[in-house]
Design a binder for this molecule. Structure first.
Ligand code: PHB
Length: 399
């Protein structure tokens, strides 16, 4: 039974959500001597086993390694200097190093989580997994608080100066604090991704983003022996209707071409349908509540921007909180939402653009299909076009 009077914990920053955004913020704050607590509803194992995207911008890698999280991303991460855009059955390689002198690193989001959680544990951070936040109060005052219930049903009240909602796209913090005059912007897509993990060798040195008359496919990787692939599907697709053979022939027909490109196949050990949408909450703050990462905005995975945006929010928010405690001024805190949203909308544009250019809507108007091919041709046949994509994909400089 929940206890009648909650235990009270007093700290400076209360972080709701222990995914990569919440943990990185906690880590940076702790390094700056700013006490904080992280409360996460899921358990460590569940997050570790949730497969998400895997591309880190160079700026994200620097943020992780530069703050002393762990160098594992540099050892186990796979640096990629380009992607392959495939349409009309032909490959169009983009060389990021040549185009914009930048690279990205393939390192799965769950590995980023594992490294951050390990760093918090190593440094004695207060991270509570399997704890459900049940209320948030007084964010319009200088003494906000929230309560959470742990796995045994005991209730704790966190009293702090600042509450950060880094609790993902279904964010409790966003949904349960009344923000007068806020706006939610969103786009739903009539398709989803069917994602698989397979024990197979790499099919191609770089990631392949394929537009085909049968729909989009992405040939990604995880290691020399495990690969990650996706194909566009109906949001209501039933994974149990898809045998390994059926999946391989669907993926293969989306990358087929006169060059004879052939996927390297193997046993499939994970099959998931991933729905997505574009979403932005404005503003990202209200009083002493600040939203970061998916809690404030989500992007379709096509541009691989979700995790990178979350880490970029955290960098801006950390600097604002640090300045608040070192100078007593809340100017940067007040500017957090506007500054973070600049990058958010650039990433929204890029993710929407990549998604619409590469996917085939179910009601495919033949004109629109040809138009998308015209766009792909425009981008790949010009150095400026290639540079535009390369600059966005590898990430704009941090504010
Ligand atoms: C992935 O490997 O999961 C991945 C890579 C690139 C994307 C999306 C997902 O754009």
């Amino acid at each position: 039974m929940p206890s009648a009077s909650p235990t009270v914990v007093r700290t400076r920053v209360g972080i709701i959500g222990g995914g990569p955004a919440g943990l990185l913020l906690s880590h940076l704050l702790a390094k700056a001597g700013i006490e904080n607590i992280v409360v996460e509803s899921r358990d460590h194992e569940t997050i570790r086993n949730t497969h998400r995207a895997g591309i880190l911008e160079a700026g994200s890698v620097d943020l992780l390694t530069g703050s002393g999280v762990d160098g594992r991303v540099l050892v186990d991460g796979d640096e990629h200097a380009g992607i392959d855009l495939r349409f009309n059955g032909e490959s169009h390689p983009l060389d990021f190093r040549d185009l914009v002198d930048a690279t990205v690193t393939l390192y799965a989001q769950n590995e980023v989580f594992v490294d951050l959680a390990a760093a918090r544990q190593r440094d004695g951070g207060d991270v509570r997994f399997s704890c459900e936040v049940t209320s948030i109060s007084d964010v319009e005052t200088e003494h906000p608080s929230f309560t959470f219930t742990d796995a045994e049903g005991a209730t704790t009240e966190v009293r702090c100066d600042i509450v950060v909602g880094a609790d993902g796209s279904r964010s409790f913090s966003r949904r349960n604090v009344e923000v007068p005059g806020h706006q939610d912007f969103k786009v739903e897509y009539p398709f989803a991704w069917f994602g698989i993990l397979t024990e197979a060798p790499k099919s191609s040195p770089e990631l392949v983003y394929a537009n085909s008359p049968h729909g989009f496919a992405l040939i990604s990787q995880r290691s020399d022996t495990v690969q990650r692939m996706y194909f566009q599907c109906d949001p209501a697709e039933d994974v149990s209707a898809w045998s390994d053979d059926r999946i391989w022939s669907e993926l293969q027909r989306r990358v087929d071409g006169p060059d004879g490109f052939e996927l390297k196949t193997g046993p499939i050990f994970d099959k998931t349908v991933l729905g997505f949408r574009s979403f932005v909450r404005e503003p990202l703050s209200h009083g002493r509540l600040f939203l970061a990462g998916d809690a404030g905005h989500t992007v379709p995975p096509t541009g691989a921007k979700g995790l990178n945006l979350a880490l970029a929010d955290v960098k801006v928010l950390f600097e604002a909180i640090d300045s608040f405690y070192s100078t007593g001024s809340d100017t940067l805190l007040e500017g957090y939402s506007d500054l973070a949203l600049k990058r958010v909308w650039k990433a929204q544009n890029f993710s929407y653009w990549m998604t619409s250019m590469l996917h085939t809507p179910p009601d495919a108007n033949p004109f629109l299909l040809r138009r998308a091919l015209g766009e792909l041709e425009t981008v790949t046949s010009s150095r400026f076009g290639q540079q535009y994509l390369a600059e966005s994909y590898t990430g704009w400089p941090h504010a």
